[in-house]
Ligand binder design. Structure first.
Ligand code: ATP
Length: 194
């Protein structure tokens, strides 16, 4: 089975996934891989340069994220075109990951922040949503990233509220700190391996 796992920024997706990994579940970190694909996939690079111009990449081959963000931030159609280049490449990479791991595990997790926002949660048999009140998420991100509330709030604007994500959830992990994580994850794991 392919299982999607998502949640708002700083909800604890990576933390929860690392617990699944410690139980032997393979996890594909889609957002991390997307960043790598932007650097390593020649076709993706070429298409992005055609879409946004040569300035989208530095001479050393690394993407100029500030330039790319400034281009797509105010232009919804450009953002859609960029996603239409990057998303299929990430999906293809995940399929390879899935093929490589599927015989070793009962299910594979795909972790990404915007699975509900971009509709790709529908590709998965089940969806896990990690929840945590926004106030606590902001505090945790501030501590982790040493950044300002303004920067965090700007990033939060791209995300749907938690209630919207929960509507599509088959399983919810409450990471507010009120409930221990391991028993919740163990219960989901037991259901999934059945
Ligand atoms: P992002 O959306 O930025 O990728 P994320 O959803 O993957 O974030 P994590 O990086 O797992 O979230 O967690 C955010 C921060 O909160 C991390 O510094 C993590 O160590 C911390 N954290 C996660 N869960 C808890 C918890 N239950 N109690 C205290 N701190 C926590």
């Amino acid at each position: 089975m392919k299982i999607g796992i998502t949640g708002g920024m700083g909800s604890g997706k990576t933390t929860v996934c690392s617990i699944f990994e410690s139980m032997g579940v393979p996890v594909y970190y889609a957002d991390v891989m997307a960043k790598k694909i932007l650097i390593s996939n020649k076709e993706v690079k070429m298409k992005i340069k055609i879409l946004l111009g040569e300035k989208a990449y530095y001479k050393n081959g690394r993407p100029d994220r500030t330039f790319i963000a400034s281009k797509v931030f105010t232009d919804k159609r450009l953002l859609e075109s960029l996603n239409a280049i990057v998303h299929p490449a990430v999906h293809h990479d995940f399929e390879n990951f899935y093929i490589a791991h599927k015989d070793k595990a009962p299910y594979i997790l795909n972790e990404a922040a915007l699975l509900v926002e971009n509709g790709s949660f529908k590709r998965f048999e089940k969806l896990i949503v990690v929840t945590c009140p926004e106030k606590i998420r902001i505090q945790r991100i501030q501590k982790r990233d040493k950044t300002t509330i303004e920067v965090i709030q700007k990033r939060l604007q791209n995300q749907l509220p938690e209630e919207e994500k929960i509507k599509h959830a088959d399983f919810i992990v409450n990471n507010s700190g009120e409930k221990a994580l391991i028993p919740q994850i163990w219960e989901i794991h037991q259901k999934l391996i059945k």
